[in-house]
Design a protein around this ligand. Structure first.
Ligand code: ADP
Length: 627
């Protein structure tokens, strides 16, 4: 999808609505910004007009031999007045600039917070993916939310300029009007016409530039399958030292080049960008030319009037200054409005994301806090497809998790084991069937209370580049003793003892040069410690030992009963031998529960999937040992 949706014509009313929408949003973030900026710009605009009036006053005073004392008083007080204006305008402006920066980051944070609060099931839905893509493109091409601030400020400044020029120039213009000098009026009309033509040309060049930049360049990239947005990868990926290993070993430089910098040299991308910059230059030229024509024309007018002897020198200065500014500012307003409309349009995608409603039903029922930990879960005829897919990842699943039991789930890759856990934690809702907690549909419970029942170590768990203790507590506040105990229970005790800063040690070196690098197995132990620390009645380990060596795995397994205590534990593993200690083993196959029973029961069923898997693995281990 290219960004040419930004080029489609919209009715003016819709542009107006977009502008109001984004300005209202900005006002909600900071009510003071625009009023403050208006004050600063008003003061700023008053300065050159004050100077202009002062110059005119001095020139006319000299000519009329005014009292020097009186003139000095006016000059000194005016200079102080102008200095004060300048100081106030600068002071307010800098305060507002700080607020703008803060808003810029706040706005960024709001999108990030939204992504964290969004239904998990929507994060990778086609709709959200498309929206994220659009946001990235809108912000890549525009100046993001800053585009809205800058174009609004530009318009405000031009409106103040226009008003200042009218106030300063009006008495002279009224005088000229009375003088009825036809040539002068003709010249003024001609200059106004030049401005209109220039605005028209600037807009035309601007549209052409956008066409080349938004439409042609992107279509060419998509056609050639080179995406400028692989820049994101270049930006983040190349700095990530974990990516560096594969690139070096497989000499993946060409691949990286193709997806990143090659696009800059590609004709399909380069030529439209050249055209875009030519049009940019055209737009700038006509802006500057119109400004020069307005200023030059203004002097021409006053010279003509002065030659006729009907105007004072002071008024020459006053009119020349005001008239040029008036025309330039009027053109600035006319040109600024479409710029603001585009900037507002580029924020629609972000606002759409921020205002996106969650779809999952949010129940209000509190989860009963039971000291005996009697929480019984039942899957009743549950079927589930991932958003945007046709295939069922789980089909007609019915099973119970009995309190305090240790359940193992085994099966081949893709058989639906992790999906079952995601449904259990209500990261997704099933399309058919229901999941019950103590007989009540889990959708009816408050999600945050329901989530507290589960500690899960997912296969793709994440550790943060923060201190170890914060990784365990997933919070800035933590109980050191409890964190240490959990780490020891997860067989991380020796490593912890060897760390000089103990729980305060940063993981990785992202934020601390003394941070530690950890192995895959160590990372898994930390993730397991985190799960134990939560003290939830259900503990789920989704292949947590895949990166552990057999000895370490054995330690974790033999400790597992102790770790889980009276909790209900669900244990997913591809190593069947590790699951023997569980009370019950569920065998998943192609999204269905194909067998359920103890190891002895299952291994005795020669026609069952478990028997097949067990013997395949026993063979593997036997071969391994004989080597
Ligand atoms: P297992 O844990 O048994 O290896 P999963 O539960 O992860 O299997 O996956 C079951 C099926 O669902 C697989 O076919 C997998 O490709 C698919 N699947 C898993 N996650 C997603 C997802 N986020 N979107 C679409 N399909 C998915």
């Amino acid at each position: 999808m290219t960004t040419d949706y930004l080029l489609k014509k919209l009715p003016i009313r819709e542009h107006g609505r977009n502008i109001v929408k984004i300005i209202k949003y900005v006002q909600k973030m900071d009510r003071c910004y625009f009023p403050g900026m208006a004050v600063s710009l008003l003061l700023k605009t008053a300065v050159p007009y004050g100077e202009l009036l002062l110059t005119a006053y001095i020139l006319d005073g000299i000519r009329a031999h005014a009292a020097i004392r009186e003139m000095l008083v006016v000059i000194v007080s005016s200079v102080f007045g102008i200095m004060l204006l300048q100081f106030l305008s600068g002071a307010v402006y800098h305060r507002m600039e700080v607020r703008r920066e803060q808003m810029y980051y706040l706005y960024e944070c709001e999108t990030q917070t939204k992504m964290l609060e969004m239904d998990f099931s929507r994060i990778d839905s086609p709709k959200v993916k498309e929206l994220k893509d659009r946001i990235r493109k809108d912000n890549n091409w525009g100046a993001g939310i800053n585009g809205v601030f800058w174009s609004c400020n530009d318009i405000m400044e031009n409106v103040f300029q226009l008003t200042g020029a009218a106030v300063v120039g009006f008495p002279v213009a009224a005088f000229l009007f009375r003088s009825k000098t036809a040539a002068v009026w003709l010249l003024m009309a001609a200059l106004a016409a030049v401005q209109v033509i220039s605005v028209f040309l600037r807009m035309r060049f601007g549209r052409q530039r956008d066409h080349w930049r938004y439409h042609e360049a992107e279509s060419a990239q998509e056609k050639e399958e080179t995406f400028c947005f692989a820049w994101d990868f270049a930006g983040q990926g190349s700095y990530n030292y974990k990516n560096g290993k594969d690139i070096r070993i497989y000499e993946g430089y060409d691949l990286m080049e193709r997806w990143t910098t090659e696009v800059l040299r590609h004709k399909g991308f380069r030529d439209p960008m050249i055209k875009a910059s030519q049009n940019d230059a055209g737009e700038a030229f006509f802006g500057a030319a119109a400004g020069a024509a307005a200023n030059g024309g203004a002097y021409l007018i006053v010279v003509m009037i002065a030659l006729a002897g009907t105007i004072t020198v002071g008024n020459v200065v006053r009119f020349a200054g005001a008239f040029g500014h008036f025309l330039e500012a009027a053109a600035g307003v006319v040109h600024g409005v479409p710029t603001l409309a585009m900037a507002a349009r580029q924020q629609l995608s972000t606002l759409a994301l921020i205002h996106m409603e969650n779809e999952m039903y949010r129940g209000k029922l509190p989860v009963e806090k039971r000291s005996d930990g009697v929480y019984r879960i039942e899957f009743r005829n549950v079927s589930f497809r991932y958003p945007g897919t046709e295939r069922y990842a789980l089909k007609n699943l019915s099973m119970e998790l009995t309190v305090g039991e240790k359940l193992a789930i085994v099966g081949m890759n893709g058989s639906g084991k992790t999906t079952m856990i995601k449904l259990l934690c209500r990261l997704y809702d099933p399309q058919e069937g229901e999941i019950l907690l103590n007989g009540v549909d889990i959708r009816k419970f408050k999600q945050e209370e329901y989530s507290r029942l589960f500690s899960v170590v997912f296969q793709d768990f994440t550790l943060y580049p923060f201190p170890l203790a914060q990784n365990i507590a997933v919070s800035c506040d933590y109980d050191s003793k409890a964190a240490e105990k959990c780490l020891r229970d997860a067989d991380f005790g020796d490593r912890l003892a060897s760390m000089e800063r103990g729980l305060e040690t940063y993981l990785y070196k992202d934020y601390d040069d003394e941070g530690i690098e950890i192995s895959g197995g160590e990372a898994q132990k930390i993730a397991i410690a985190r799960a134990i620390y939560k003290e939830a009645p259900f503990i789920v380990l989704d292949e947590p030992t895949a990166a552990l060596d057999p000895l370490a795995e054995y330690e974790i397994y033999s400790n597992f009963d102790k770790i889980a205590g009276t909790k209900t534990a669900v244990y997913i593993s591809h190593r069947l031998s590790s699951c023997r200690f569980c009370d019950k083993i569920a065998v998943f196959h192609e999204g269905r529960l194909s067998q359920l029973g103890s190891h002895e029961e299952l291994v005795a069923d020669k026609n069952g999937k478990y028997y097949e898997l067990w013997h395949a693995q026993a063979q593997y281990y036997a071969d391994d040992e004989s080597r």
